[in-house]
Ligand binder design. Structure first.
Ligand code: GDP
Ligand code: MG
Length: 397
């Protein structure tokens, strides 16, 4: 990964020339962490606008039927002893990863709620709509040294939509995924099954199938700098015992990680994994991540809760750590870059933002297939008149 330093110097970063009366948008965006180390930008406290569920057949339901409830083993008992390999592969129904859903489920939610969105008329026209997972990738970009990304962007009725495109490298890796990695992915979902009940106060049932088509998604509103955001993210469970039962404050993210035995292993965990955990949970305001540590046999014997707002403390004094300000400043810079690059309002026009580690974010322009991602059913329905536009003014944020 030494090309990082050398390539950076050779990078041609074009910025708008202030002497130019009609500055053209920048053609690329650098990602070096040193460029984004200013103060933490404004980030509106995320509020939940709604939710939806995907069932075992990956069918959409505009309700919380797939929400599960946090149910850890009793603290006075023997502690966890979760065999994460149990049920693999016979009780595993993995989602078909060849089906690229893009923003479709989120767009269905938005279509059904567009007439009653808070923020006042016109709020959506100024917003960015995307998945939480796409924003997570933006947050971690200044520190990412392994995997690049591509984000397709289209402007429609003012709103900027961002939808990830699987890179050729990611596709090749997915198709060649080693059997052990497949099993590790299963183990992450199996952990959720050991820790969650279908009803508040209920007990987990690890005898059933693990079906990764099932998902509960929260739809949230926030704002980063001057960029209003509407995004959705999958939520593992809610804690009925949480001090606030109001989402997203009651949500819990579940993770598994290798058991650690040396200070070096913990350091590396803080530097790499905790960054990803922080970015994913900070965005939607999920306050706690509960980690299950698995031994080499795949058994979780210990749990640890990491409050999202305390994660940075583990790397605050680490020269090779990460900084939340860098993550958020870069994300804000990318959103500004995208907003000033995508000028034409056209659901069939795509600006494809591409990034590889060691380089800058670059842009290419495309029309229709294969990159256009706003479905005809969405564009046509949005082009009809609103059923009943709200007439009452909403409070400003
Ligand atoms: P995450 O933060 O990466 O887990 O992604 P989100 O929470 O933003 O999820 C957005 C949507 O993508 C949800 O419908 C998820 O079920 C789905 N999703 C999450 N991870 C994956 C994945 O690895 N592959 C595919 N195809 N879909 C995913
Ligand atoms: Mg999880």
């Amino acid at each position: 990964m030494e090309r990082r330093g050398t390539k950076r110097g050779a990078e041609k970063t074009e910025v708008a020339d202030p002497r130019n009366k009609f500055p053209s948008p920048a053609l690329s965006l650098p990602t070096d962490p040193t460029l984004y180390s200013g103060p933490f930008p404004f980030y509106r406290r995320p509020s939940q606008l709604g939710c939806f569920s995907l069932d075992a057949q990956r069918q959409y339901h505009g309700d919380a039927r797939a929400l599960r409830y946090y149910s850890p083993p009793p603290t006075n008992g023997p502690g966890p002893d979760f065999d994460l390999r149990d049920g693999y592969p016979d009780r595993y129904q993995p989602r078909d990863e060849e089906i690229h859903e893009g923003l479709d489920h989120l767009l269905r939610w938005l279509l059904e709620h567009r007439g009653k969105l808070e923020g006042g008329p016109g709020w959506l026209a100024g917003a960015i709509v995307t998945w939480r997972g796409h924003l997570t990738k933006l947050l971690t970009t200044p520190y990412e040294r392994q995997e690049g990304w591509q984000l397709a962007a289209s402007r429609f009725q003012g709103t900027l939509y961002l939808s990830e495109v699987e890179t050729p490298a990611a596709r090749a890796q997915r198709l060649a995924r080693p059997p052990l990695l497949r099993e590790l992915m299963y183990m992450g979902y199996k952990f959720e099954q050991y820790m969650c009940a279908d009803k508040p106060g209920g007990s987990p049932d690890p005898s059933g199938e693990v079906n990764t088509n099932v998902a509960f998604c929260s739809v949230l509103r926030s704002r980063l700098g001057n960029h209003p955001l509407l995004f959705s993210g999958e939520v593992d469970c809610m804690d009925p015992q949480a001090s606030s039962t109001q989402p997203p404050a009651c949500y819990v993210e579940l993770k598994t990680s290798k058991e650690m035995h040396s200070l070096g292993q913990w350091r590396s965990f803080y530097r790499h994994k905790l960054l990803k955990w922080w970015a994913q949970s900070f965005l939607p305001g999920v306050p706690n991540v509960v980690a299950g540590f698995r031994n080499p046999e795949g058994v979780v014997c210990s749990l640890k809760t990491f409050p999202t707002m305390e994660m940075f403390e583990y790397v605050r004094n680490d020269r090779d750590g990460w900084n939340p300000s860098v993550c958020m400043n870069f994300c804000a810079a990318f959103l500004g870059f995208a907003q000033s690059t995508v000028i034409q309002d056209d659901p069939r026009l795509v600006h494809l933002f591409s990034w590889e580690p060691g380089g800058a974010v670059t842009v290419s322009v495309h029309q229709d297939a294969p990159y256009a991602f706003l479905p005809t059913w969405y564009v046509e329905a949005m082009t009809q008149d609103l059923p009943s536009p709200p007439k009452t003014p909403s409070p400003k944020d």
